[in-house]
Design a protein around this ligand. Sequence first.
Ligand code: 5GP
Length: 369
Amino acid sequence: MIKIHDKNFELYLSEKEILDAVKRIAGEIASDYKDEIPIFVGVLNGSFMFVSDFLRHYPHPCEVSFVKLSSYRGLTSTGIVETLLDVPENIEGRNVIILEDIIDTGRTLQELVHMFSNVNVKDFRIASLFFKSDVYNGEYAIDYFGMEIPDRFIVGYGLDYMEQGRNLRDVYQINKAHMINLVLFGKPGAGKGTQAGFLKEKYNLKHISTGDVFRYNIKNDTKLGQLAKSYMDKGDLVPDEVTIDMLKEEVEKNPDASGFIFDGFPRTTAQAEALDNFLDSRDMKIDATIALEADDEVLIERLLERGKVSGRPDDQDETKIRNRFEEYNQKTAPLREYYQAQGKFHSVNGIGNIEEITGRLSSVIETLC
Ligand code: 5GP
């Protein structure tokens, strides 16, 4: 792991892996252009190492030149591409091969193609050492590339983060802040709410209780609230997509959270799948599902006590309580299996004092950090 300015990066590609890719591109181009004298045009600054190693492995006559553009400020592409060093002279009628270090959205490439479009070259091709194919949305097909890489910011081997890191021989990938996303299960009275309250403070998590989210949306008459209400008014169940959309909003409202505690959702395996798909689309995942377990008889005693104080009628009737437990058992059994199959299911003893239980939950969470 290395630190550049404020960011941590972890080793991603070794010098050898990079050089193998460079040699491969040089070999491919050499076999296509062995009967020509191409001009290789390196795109500064990032491609200087690539151009240098490429030329060392290019076995036939060739020329080299450079252009300079700039579209990155820090970690994200600004979309503004400036020309700092223009198209080389005397390239009319020549075979031009652009040597790019990395192609991301393709904006820079589009500008390059445009820069060369006024010149009557014999042919024009693009070679890029790294290619972020998932985010590339240009029209131009990349003729040669060394490696397809995911959409994560990299440094080293000519590539910089705020001008540093270009001299690294290996390539490093930015370390994404590790998130902890939990699903909390527990029978009524198991202390889920209390524990979620402690965990969210301790780990900077956002507690998303589906019940609260529903009540919030309905109370504030949001579009999703109105939609949910339209089903509830007819006595129908709110479809999973509506609930998922509400959760999406909650997740998006909290970009700084170090993770989320999902409470009250999922309740079915279909919902668990929908949640997985949604999180996957945000490059997130559930790290653990924790069930706060407690013996029914202990919980009944707790709930009856709570009922005496709160006056909540469903906490005062033992038969009703047992029915709620039964419903919980039936509903969570398939979910248990679902998360067990992913190796994410943990069960925690919910009997004891509050700090003891927080301690048990924390030891599960700390295995994930
Ligand atoms: P595009 O215009 O294709 O979005 O971005 C291309 C330019 O952005 C590259 O020439 C490079 O300067 C910069 N760039 C794109 N992705 C990365 C990356 O992961 N790391 C670094 N250091 N620069 C990048």
